[in-house]
Write a protein that binds this ligand. Structure first.
Ligand code: ADP
Length: 479
């Protein structure tokens, strides 16, 4: 199949969050199954152009109310051929996302519609367009609305993946009209407030919808998890599937990771102690091999559960635990974490920045990794932690529930808790400490986590099956 994969970011070109990881590795896994995959992303100035040496490959035009917006296609490669699209709406300075819907709506409308135009310019006629998140909803909508009149895309199906539902790109109404995306009866499926959201366009128009874990797919169809879009998602429930993200197991391998003091695998777990000691030293913690060294690697955002965690972490440190945190984001959470470090010298450390090599040393050295998320579409942290022998202690929500088996169940790989409250979290930490006191049981937990297959292979095969389903729907609606 010919697949065009659309995303606002993709590693190694430009990465802000988990979407960048997915767009950086899923296309390669699809190509490995024999598909002809092209990845298209905006050609931001933030990309290291000299490093990737993109070559000019063609031009296109995106019509809008003020005339036409000219665009250029630049080709480069990562594991698959990559198109970088540039034009007046794509920032040439360091910016990627902005806080202004005026800027972002134009940027991503131009990108979404430009990607369709680029297919035609390069004569790449995709069987499936796989679009991701609100930035690319307009491509899916345009495809559905214009496909019948346009022989080039008449047989192209769409699959639209929601990575994080609360990000809707709402308020885009005036810009949708400027770029010629007219309202249609399909929008009646959306609540009023979402009819000018770019995510809404993708949700109502896609042949197949996915999100990044089976549990999140169920949660977003409920009033509690649906962010006001649950009724729309229930109405499209027969088209909505949950497909777990994978991780790049080549780059994330404790047996070869140069960031670690000592490399190890599931048969040489005793070597991991050297990483634990090195981590404690790097973080400025007292050497205390008996203490439970708890790690966190996270965006500091209300999604991630710090409001519940901060008071519990104080008690954790008072009762002899240790803590290493890596994260940046919300200043109020940064202050809360910094004050733990000040109050508990030698026991708590907070590094408040983005530091990928240090994250590897936390995964490779901490005893457990705490993930108390309020909600979690999929989550990569828990998979990385398990791969590196750190036991996840996580809230049973979204992808965390789908990737971690509780220690109380057969095949346990971590500790799960249900309530989003300090008591439930404190209880989970108590359970962790009790299991930790039995080294054989603990090592079994670590080993089972390390031996789990979190590679993209299985997910890529699921997407392949859903692409076929999308093509069947497209064929049926065209017929
Ligand atoms: P989200 O996409 O919601 O932030 P995920 O768990 O899906 O959460 O992905 C987070 C990714 O970002 C993981 O790879 C994690 O290791 C990484 N990460 C988060 N914060 C930092 C940080 N401060 N420094 C380095 N890596 C980080």
């Amino acid at each position: 199949m010919k697949v065009l994969f659309l995303a606002a970011e993709a590693s190694p070109f430009v990465k802000v969050g988990g979407l960048g990881d997915v767009a950086g590795s899923l296309p390669a896994a699809l190509a490995a199954l024999g598909h002809d995959v092209r990845l298209a992303i905006p050609g931001y100035g933030a990309i290291d152009w000299p490093r990737f040496r993109p070559k000019p490959a063609g031009t296109f035009e995106v019509p809008h109310a003020g005339g036409v917006e000219p665009g250029r296609i630049w080709k480069t490669e990562s594991d698959v051929p990559v198109w970088l699209l540039t034009g007046p709406s794509i920032p040439t300075d360091g910016r990627i996302y902005s806080a202004s819907i005026a800027e972002d709506a134009r940027k991503f409308l131009f990108f979404s519609l430009g990607a369709l135009a680029a297919c035609r310019a390069l004569d790449f006629r995709p069987d499936v367009i796989h679009a991701n998140d609100w930035h690319t909803g307009p491509a899916v909508y345009r495809l559905a609305m214009a496909a019948r009149a346009d022989p080039f895309f008449a047989e192209t199906a769409s699959l639209y993946t929601i990575h994080n539902l609360p990000y809707t790109g709402r308020g885009a109404g005036p810009y949708l009209a400027q770029y010629g995306l007219a309202a249609s009866p399909a929008l009646a499926l959306l609540p009023d407030w979402a009819r000018d959201s770019m995510l809404g366009l993708g949700i109502v128009a896609a042949d197949v919808l996915t999100t990044v874990s089976p549990t999140y797919a169920r949660e977003i169809q409920t009033p509690e998890g649906g962010q006001g879009l649950d009724a729309t998602l229930r109405a499209r429930g027969d088209r909505l599937h949950g497909v777990l993200n994978g991780i790049d197991v080549r780059s994330w391998d404790p047996a070869t990771d140069p960031a670690l003091a000592e490399r190890f695998d599931s048969t040489t777990l005793e070597r991991r102690a050297a990483n634990r000691a090195a981590l404690a030293e790097e973080a400025g913690l007292d050497s205390d091999p008996k203490a439970f060294l708890l790690g966190m690697v996270s965006r500091l955002d209300s999604q991630k559960g710090f409001d519940v965690a901060l008071p519990v972490l104080s008690s954790w440190l008072e009762s002899g635990g240790q803590l290493v945190v890596l994260g940046s984001g919300d200043p109020a959470i940064e202050i809360g974490l910094a004050s733990l470090e000040i109050r508990f010298p030698g026991r708590a450390s907070a590094r408040l920045r983005f530091d990928p090599p240090y994250s590897r040393r936390i995964y490779g050295g901490a005893d457990g990794i705490l993930i108390p998320s309020r909600y979690e579409p999929c989550g990569l942290t828990q998979m990385l932690a398990m791969r590196y022998g750190a036991v996840p202690i996580a809230r049973r929500t979204g992808g965390l529930a789908d990737t971690i088996v509780d220690v109380g169940d057969s095949g346990g790989t971590g500790i799960l808790f249900d309530g989003y409250d300090p008591i439930s979290l404190a209880h989970a930490l108590d359970r962790a400490v009790r299991v930790y006191a039995h080294p054989e049981t603990w090592i079994e937990l670590q080993r089972r986590g390390m031996e789990k297959d979190f590679s993209w292979d299985r997910s890529a095969a699921e997407y392949e099956a859903l692409y076929r389903e999308a093509l069947r729907y497209r064929g049926a609606s065209a017929g």
